[in-house]
Design a protein around this ligand. Structure first.
Ligand SMILES: [Fe+2]
Ligand SMILES: [Fe+2]
Length: 295
């Protein structure tokens, strides 16, 4: 898909500094193969096993209580059987996105951990929104939520001075961040994130959801997915700022507005009750993903 900004600039920039973050090869292969109807669990397990770090993190997640780890396994094949291919794919992406955080410069550890909590929480809230509204996504919403702020990691890698200035603002209001980014850089983190996932050849829907997560109605093909992420991100920021799952006002959220305009049933929902249920039910999985924090 076409990226609005000049992708050339980003490519040159990251080449110059010699650090274009890549997805682990095993992750790229595992993410590609899962859509192949002939893909067997055995093939999939083989790919995961070629990357010991990926395999270890995956087992750690599978053995956590959230993913039903009552009977512990150290066997990747068994772990995939337990999770199913789709869910394994989701968790591989989670582990891979987490590994990209390592590219953030020294001195940004606190911000890195905060950003990971924000991204993982946005991912699990996206999953709850999808489930509760019956939107029919099968994990794409989790992946999109989880990776929506990859552009902010890339800011830290490529533009560390601007990144620390923005981090010092300590704001959870991302529309404010976008204005500052535009002023300081002439582009924003959703554009940079979209460039990265295009370069990684991730599916268009993921790139669109990332690129348009602050203005979902402008997404050419995947506005619903972008809307889920927009809503999830606002909820995640709210939970981080207030430590509460109650009292959020969704009336200015562009993702919520898009979905209300799209479906009467959503428009008729009690927004307060819906938001509280989503945020409360997202917490256990967010807790499970925090296992990856120290990776
Ligand atoms: Fe965000
Ligand atoms: Fe964002």
């Amino acid at each position: 898909m076409a990226i609005a900004t000049s992708t050339e600039n980003f490519t040159d920039k990251f080449r110059q500094i010699g650090s274009v973050p890549t997805l682990p090869t095993a992750a790229t292969r595992a993410l590609a193969i899962v859509n192949d109807p002939n893909c067997s669990i055995k093939d999939f397990a083989k790919i995961v096993e070629t990357d010991p770090a990926l395999a270890t993190s995956l087992l750690k997640l599978v053995n956590s209580s959230f993913y039903g780890g009552n009977s512990k396994t150290s066997d990747i094949h068994q772990a995939i059987v337990r999770l199913g291919l789709r869910e394994t794919q989701n968790l591989i992406l989670a582990v891979s996105v987490r590994s990209v955080f390592r590219w953030m410069p020294k001195g940004q550890e606190a911000e890195r951990d905060r950003l990971w909590r924000h991204c993982s929480l946005t991912g699990v809230i996206s999953r709850q929104i999808n489930e509760k509204l019956g939107l029919g996504f099968r994990g794409e919403e989790f992946s999109a939520g989880l990776s929506h702020d990859l552009g902010r990691i890339m800011l830290a890698v490529g533009y560390p001075d601007v990144f620390s200035k923005l981090a010092n603002e300590k704001t959870t209001d991302e529309s404010q961040l976008l204005i500052l980014e535009q002023q300081m850089l002439g582009f924003t983190h959703p554009e940079l994130g979209g460039w990265l996932t295009t370069m990684w050849n991730l599916p268009d829907e993921l790139t669109e959801a990332i690129q348009y997560h602050h203005e979902p109605a402008r997404a050419p093909k995947y506005a619903v997915l972008a809307s889920i992420v927009s809503l999830a991100e606002e909820m995640a920021n709210y939970m981080e700022a207030t430590k509460s799952a109650e009292g959020i006002d969704l009336s200015n959220n562009p993702g919520w507005a898009f979905m209300c305009a799209q479906w009467e049933a959503v428009d008729n929902l009690d927004a307060d009750l819906f938001a509280t249920a989503v945020m409360t039910d997202a917490l256990p999985e967010a807790e499970a993903l925090s296992i990856l924090s120290g990776e």
